[in-house]
Design a protein around this ligand. Structure first.
Ligand code: PEP
Ligand code: MG
Length: 886
């Protein structure tokens, strides 16, 4: 097998094999740009190395062959005593991982060749500077010696010679530094710095391979969702020298501003330096514009090449270059990373310049980037040390005083952050009142997270280093910092960081735009808003998928509509039983006779009716899918342990409260080991039929009221958590009965499609039979993921998910991005068999995945009719649906 490829043998489309750096160096070579010659060792070799613990046996000879050609081309021998060739050895994976892996420069230098380099270049200082760089870089990355030891030695030498930086050290001083460095190597490794140039090269290649698996590289990949099994390529390139006197230097540059997307060339240049100095921040570079003055010819050439590269790649490029005695060399280019704002702006710029078409412009931005643009953000200029870090569950920036329960949040005159160990449905009012939510337990699909995302509220969950002391109303950080109720904290839902004190927040103009709160003038003036607006129009023109919203209140429904929703895909009715009404649900559960039950239900009916009228009005003319009650009843009752303790204490005092004792009995009766798998959803509807009848009646009467008011209500009724056709059939009969009853008494024709959620594997596997009865399906992928994997959606992220992510079992939580291989297969089966049974079956998804960009693309592929997501994700899903269609 071939593992090594000369630059001229590849091109930019071989990133899999050659890594981004290798592929783009090949491309630049083929474009005739001044690239120092070299070759790339493939990612295959790295994968073999990582699997076997040693390089493939063929590799040594293949490197020798390419090295010989390189030597012939340069007319120099690697590490020779006279005019030596030196090479750089650099990492480069398929997806760029800036600074995460190793690079070693000046390979080939030794005690003899250093004099040869001095003679050939005419500069002793340069030769010894290069040698000390090699030992420093090789020592720390290949030999694993603490980099601080080299830095300390260098600083000591600078002090000794009264120098203010490395540039002030002359050849003799650098000779001394090399001697010190060599002593450090001997001391740390028990052997001398390797003098054999080929041994240096082989060790460096191995070190780059191994650097694929350093801690920071793994963390970075997890964050960026880069698979752990790709491996890195290694490029070996003839050295050109930026440290060869004042007419030499090195720099990085961008063809446009990667932070804002503004046109113009941006970059940094550092005279008398080698590559790593710029990124490592050893000395402060000058802005690229200075280069025009310092080295006009090289500058002009660089501008020409950058324009050429941008035109060739038709995208923002960044480059690394070196100038050796006035001559420009290109060391690297890639399509540059950019902020979300820049991505939108540049896509539209390239579109307007005629370099790309609208489909490609849509391809240049992502839903994730749009989501980032939609959240208020902490002022990026602010630098502070976090007091804790949790799971970033709902992006944004929130500042407020810490409060420890819902009432305090609601009562607080100041903006507040609700701090809880975990949240329950009961915390909803607090979540609404607070600016943001911080919990020490729970993951991204925990209740707090789902609700917060739905409301566009900042949320950090699972900050498990926080000790929350509810009794004393404070929490303690790992460092022992105590934050009391009323103290101001700031939480960043994009990074999961928690800060003490206030950090400045800037609002998102993109949301203001979606909300319709920007004037034409303001819109014109903001290039990011302009770009977003244009690409949203393009996405809507192209998308096949409908985008509905998960919304339970008229306010949410209105917002969803402003954000472009085509209807409501999930109206969760359980949120309508909280707060004041919770007491009535308690009464319902405690009712001892049917008559008592009916009385409570009769009280609940007008309230539900009011809810539905509001939501139907807000979504007039568009479908509103209302889901019958889903959560287990015990969620409406007090906690078993707390109540037991309360009753026991009261008993001990001889003052038992009758009501509490009765309540305790009911709580015990309803207590389940696994409530998520217990009496909930359709099961609840079949066991307590009055509840469903009341809800359906409320829906039907709300529709009637809307019709009478001249509206166009389009309610649909959805049954949760069915496992098969029988459950659904029984439920549907009951629903029909009530609908007919209301139609008869009102004399109105009330049309409501009756369908079901598909959120259990058995439902997916028997979808054909279910579709015989159901008019629509909506995949509840939260529960479907939970029951397919057997992962508890409320517990996993704090417990074993970190280990799973670390071990690469998945690169992203399956609760966040749909597990296409497993859960996705169930979805495909259900779509296929459902449609086979009923051609016009309408199919959507309303789990959290409905707003996840990569999942949206999957749902488009398997032919769903729509996705449904929280109102704030609606624009994101619209954009992704458009992207999926082009
Ligand atoms: C689901 O399970 O995906 C769903 C939408 O229902 P809920 O999250 O309310 O259980
Ligand atoms: Mg569900």
């Amino acid at each position: 097998q071939r593992y090594v490829f000369a630059f001229h043998e590849g091109d930019k489309d071989h990133r899999d094999l050659l890594g981004g750096k290798g592929a783009n160096l090949a491309e630049m070579t083929n474009l005739g740009l001044p690239v120092p010659p070299g070759f790339t060792i493939s990612t295959d070799a790295c994968r073999r190395f990582l699997a076997d613990g040693q390089e493939p046996p063929e590799l040594h000879a293949q490197i020798s062959g390419h090295l010989a050609r390189l030597e012939a081309e340069r007319g120099k021998r690697l590490g020779a005593a006279v005019d030596p060739l030196l090479v750089s050895v650099r990492s480069g994976a398929k997806f760029s991982m800036p600074g995460m892996m190793e690079t070693i420069l000046d390979i080939g230098l030794g005690d003899e060749s250093v004099d040869g380099l001095a003679a050939a270049s005419g500069s002793e200082r340069f030769a010894w500077d290069s040698y000390r760089r090699l030992i420093q870089m090789f020592g720390s990355t290949v030999l694993g010696i603490d980099a601080a030891r080299f830095n300390d030695a260098l600083e000591a030498a600078e002090r000794e010679h009264g120098a203010t930086g490395d540039l002030d050290l002359d050849a003799d001083a650098l000779r001394g530094v090399v001697a010190d460095y060599k002593a450090i190597v001997r001391d740390a490794t028990g052997r001398d710095f390797p003098q054999d140039p080929r041994e240096q090269l082989d060790m460096a290649v191995r070190a780059v391979f191994a650097s694929w698996n350093t801690e920071r590289a793994r963390i970075y990949r997890r964050q960026e969702r880069i698979p752990h099994d790709l491996g890195t390529a290694v490029t070996v390139m003839a050295m050109v020298y930026g440290n060869l006197g004042p007419h030499s230097g090195t720099g990085v540059a961008f063809t446009r501003d990667p932070a804002t997307g503004a046109p113009g060339v941006y970059g940094d240049y550092l005279s008398e330096a080698q590559g790593e100095d710029v990124v490592a921040g050893i000395r402060t570079p000058v802005p690229l514009q200075e280069l025009e003055r310092l080295q006009p010819a090289a500058f002009t050439e660089l501008m020409r090449i950058m324009a050429l590269l941008e035109g060739h790649y038709r995208d923002l490029c960044d480059v690394e270059f070196t100038i050796e005695r006035g001559k420009l060399w290109m060391l690297q280019t890639r399509v540059g990373k950019r902020t979300a704002a820049a991505a939108f702006r540049m896509a539209v710029q390239f579109l307007d310049d005629g370099l790309i078409d609208v489909k490609e412009a849509l391809g240049r931005v992502t839903g994730e980037q749009l989501a980032q643009l939609m959240f208020p953000q902490f002022d990026p200029a602010f630098e502070a040390k976090p007091i804790a870090t949790g799971v970033p569950a709902s992006p944004g920036a929130a500042v407020g005083v810490a409060v420890f329960d819902s009432e305090s949040a609601a009562r607080s005159d100041l903006k507040s952050i609700l701090v809880r160990r975990e949240t329950s449905p009961d915390d909803l009012p607090g979540i609404i009142a607070a600016e943001g939510v911080l919990t020490s337990r729970g993951g991204k699909t925990s209740h707090a997270a789902v609700v917060a995302r739905g409301m566009g509220k900042t949320c950090v969950v699972g900050a498990d280093a926080l000790e929350i002391d509810l009794e004393h109303r404070h929490f303690t950080t790992a460092d022992g910092v105590i934050v009391r109720e009323g103290d101001t904290i700031s939480i960043d839902g994009t990074t999961g960081r928690v800060y003490s004190g206030m950090i400045d927040v800037v609002p998102s103009p993109v949301v203001e735009f979606f909300e319709g709160r920007l004037s034409d003038d303001e819109r014109q003036r903001d290039p990011v808003v302009q770009a977003v607006s244009r690409l949203m129009i393009a996405a809507d023109e192209h998308r096949r998928l409908g985008v509905h919203a998960n919304a339970d209140t008229p306010a949410d429904a209105k917002r969803a509509r402003r954000f472009g929703a085509d209807g409501i895909g999930l109206c969760r009715t359980e949120h309508m039983f909280l707060g004041e009404r919770r007491r009535r649900v308690e009464e319902l559960i405690l009712a001892e006779s049917e008559a008592e039950q009916d009385k409570v239900l009769a009280e609940l009916l007008p309230m539900q009716l009011g809810d539905f009228v509001g939501v139907l009005a807000a979504m007039d003319g568009l479908p509103v899918t209302i889901r019958l009650i889903d959560p287990p009843l015990h969620e409406f009752l007090p906690d078993l342990t707390e109540l037991s303790v309360k009753v026991a204490l009261a008993e001990a005092r001889g003052e038992v409260d009758e009501g509490d004792a009765r309540l305790l009995k009911a709580v015990r009766r309803l207590h389940e080991q696994n409530p998520m798998l217990g009496l909930r959803g359709v099961r609840l509807g079949l066991v307590v039929p009055g509840l469903v009848a009341m809800q359906v009646r409320a829906i039907a009467e709300a529709a009637a009221a809307r019709i009478r008011a001249g509206g166009d209500p389009r309610p649909e009724i959805m049954v949760p958590l069915i496992g098969g056709a029988e459950e659904f059939e029984l439920m549907r009969e009951e629903i029909r009965r009530v609908l007919d009853d209301v139609a008869n008494t009102s004399g109105l024709s009330i049309r409501a499609a009756i369908g079901t959620m598909i959120e259990l594997p058995r439902a997916a596997l028997t979808a054909g039979r279910i579709a015989g009865h159901a008019e629509f399906f909506s995949f509840g992928t939260n529960d479907l993921t939970q029951t397919t994997w057997g992962f508890s959606r409320d517990d996993v992220e704090g417990s074993f998910f970190p280990a799973y992510l670390e071990q690469g079992i998945f690169t992203v939580s399956p609760f966040e991005s749909l597990d296409e291989e497993g859960v996705g297969r169930l979805v495909s089966i259900a779509v296929e068999e459902g449609r086979a049974a009923r051609r016009d079956l309408v199919i959507g998804v309303c789990g959290e995945h409905g707003g996840d960009p990569s999942s949206v693309r999957f749902f488009d592929r398997v032919g769903l009719d729509y996705v449904s997501c929280s109102p704030f994700r609606v624009p994101v899903a619209r954009l992704e649906a458009g992207r999926a269609a082009v």
